[in-house]
Design a protein around this ligand. Structure first.
Ligand code: GLC
Ligand code: CA
Length: 554
């Protein structure tokens, strides 16, 4: 195993619009992150990933970018970004940004030109095709639940958009476009950042024959066939080209977002050290193991963490990564997922479950990423008005299901699964607007901020916040073991407990975690020391609700 700084880092993802508002407009800003650097440092993290802050019409929370080299004036200035990088570096904290390569906003100057005429020199920056009998060019569906094509009157053609209508896909088969994107990447690297989380990276290559999917279509004639634009062979050429031209000239980390479906050996192709392209990939496999398969409408009774499946998926990625000598990032949630406390934890055992989840995450191999708010156990929303939801995916869901579900059913579903759950403002204290802002936030707060907030947990020894801090410190102090050590599941088929052993040279740790809100019989193995425990004492022959223990083995 070759040692690298990014393999030994502890990550923290910040969703800037929702972190801290310093100029009283209800929107979090870059200055807010600068102001919170001491707090970030106190978490013992040293690699911060910042979600997009680029100029954007905000159709998709800033992933629809209208100027790839700019900063949204609502969030700050390029000068402030530089200041943030410098001040973070002075604390030994590295900064990576979201790099969005798959699409631009339809309000990006390139697209405005591209759509203006079939002969425009930017026409081929995007993917245009003629319709068939007043229908889209083919039956492909988008990730946001509609056709993957949008008709454009001006030139009587359709453009490809695998996310929202306002997010036309860039045409990576065009070398000029690839050159432009490489320049953008260089621009940010030259500003001093330490790498990228590379958004939707699996989709840069498309089936350019644009032939219909043979998968079954829905009642609107749409087939949701991700294989038409995921993990396709050309993609790996594009990434290797970026590596040769740009990445290899900097000491950085690149982490691709590769959603479901990229099993090994595909998972390996992205990060194959023999054929360098990017350093790590995020996959989603372990993030939804509490949903009944094929769920229609969710109800609380249907919710149950499938602990065996959760362990299997994590084990699959960890073992394969270690076998192929690659390094996986680890996380419970990001800005596309519901809150993990509401998924695998419990409001009734808030402190216990939130701290248990932190102990598991920070004991796994790879490079962990904590998502802002996770460190205090922030929860899903308690919205009661459909208008409180702002996310484009949720808006489409309401629109497309209104004919068959009640408002209450749809609301309930989104309170469990919607992306707004992870976007609500950070809960700093119990004051009005949770200390996030002095004015009404752009997205409604979760009302439990009066009890779940940073200030409340600051001085409590075993609060979720202090558990994350302590566990990150333990990890840092034993980084070779936690980053590179072997991983062995113990009692893999146990339906309630997640137990694993980590070993590096002669050193061994065992993490024992109860994923249930009830007691589970259990006999502790022999140990040398209790390194960390989220309860005050050990019980006899059982684990209490969400109890977690990190043991050093003799
Ligand atoms: C990624 C992002 C998600 C965004 C999509 C389109 O999946 O994480 O938030 O909607 O890409 O950029
Ligand atoms: Ca602001």
């Amino acid at each position: 195993m070759i040692r690298k700084w990014w393999k030994e880092a502890i990550g923290y993802q910040i969703y800037p619009r929702s972190y801290l508002d310093t100029n009283h407009d209800g929107i979090g800003d870059i200055r807010g992150i600068i102001d919170k650097l001491d707090y970030i440092e106190s978490l013992n993290v040293n690699l911060v990933w910042i979600s997009p802050f680029y100029p954007s019409p905000l159709d998709d929370n800033g992933y629809d970018i209208s100027d790839f080299k700019g900063v949204d004036p609502q969030l700050g200035t390029l000068e402030e970004v530089k200041e943030l990088i410098e001040k973070a570096h002075a604390k030994g904290i590295r900064i990576i940004l979201d790099c969005v390569l798959n699409q631009s906003s339809d309000e990006h100057p390139w697209f405005i030109e591209s759509r203006s005429s079939k002969n425009n020199e930017k026409r081929d920056y995007y993917i245009w095709a003629q319709g068939k009998d007043n229908q889209p060019p083919n039956n492909w569906g988008s990730f946001f639940g509609e056709s993957a094509w949008k008709y454009d009157k001006l030139t009587d053609e359709y453009y490809l958009k695998i996310f929202s209508d306002k997010m036309p896909d860039l045409n990576w088969s065009n070398p000029t476009l690839r050159q432009e994107m490489a320049d953008i990447i260089r621009f940010w690297l030259d500003l001093g950042i330490d790498g990228f989380r590379m958004d939707a990276i699996a989709h840069l290559g498309k089936d350019m024959t644009l032939t219909d999917s043979t998968l079954e279509s829905d009642e609107r004639g749409i087939a949701y066939d991700w294989s038409k634009f995921s993990n396709r062979p050309q993609l790996f050429d594009y990434l290797q080209e970026l590596h040769q031209k740009v990445f290899s000239h900097y000491d950085i980390v690149t982490i691709g977002e590769v959603g479901g479906g990229a099993k090994f050996p595909e998972g390996y192709k992205y990060t194959n050290p023999q054929n360098p392209s990017i350093d790590m990939v995020f996959n989603f496999d372990h993030t939804w193991h509490n949903m009944p398969y094929g769920y229609e409408v969710l109800t609380p009774e249907k919710f149950n963490t499938n602990v065996i499946a959760l362990k299997e998926d994590l084990d699959y990625w960890i073992q394969n990564s270690q076998k192929h000598n690659i390094h996986p990032p680890m996380y419970w949630l990001n800005h596309d997922h519901p809150r993990v406390l509401s998924q695998y934890g419990s409001l009734d055992y808030h402190r216990e479950s939130g701290s248990m989840l932190g102990m598991v995450l920070l004991s796994l191999p790879g490079t962990p990423f904590i998502y802002n708010g996770e460190e205090i156990g922030m929860t899903n929303v308690d919205y009661t008005n459909p208008k409180d939801f702002k996310d484009v995916n949720t808006r489409n869901y309401f629109k497309n299901n209104a004919h068959r579900l009640t408002i209450e059913q749809m609301m309930n579903h989104m309170r469990y699964t919607g992306r707004d759950n992870g976007h609500t403002p950070m809960q700093w204290n119990a004051n009005q607007h949770a200390g996030f802002s002095t004015t009404t936030p752009y997205l409604k707060l979760v009302s439990n901020y009066t009890t779940i907030n940073v200030q409340d947990q600051e001085n409590k020894e075993k609060s979720i916040l202090n558990t994350y801090r302590t566990m990150a410190k333990i990890r840092k102090d034993n980084i070779q073991l936690f980053a590179y050590g072997t991983f062995e599941l113990i009692d893999a088929k146990h339906p309630d407990l997640f137990i694993f052993k980590r070993q590096f040279n002669q050193e061994k740790y065992i993490l024992i975690a109860n994923f249930r809100d009830y007691e589970v019989p259990y006999q502790l193995p022999k140990y040398q020391e209790v390194t960390f425990h989220n309860y005050d004492n050990l019980a006899n022959a059982k684990l209490r609700p969400y109890e977690a223990i990190l043991l050093k083995e003799s």
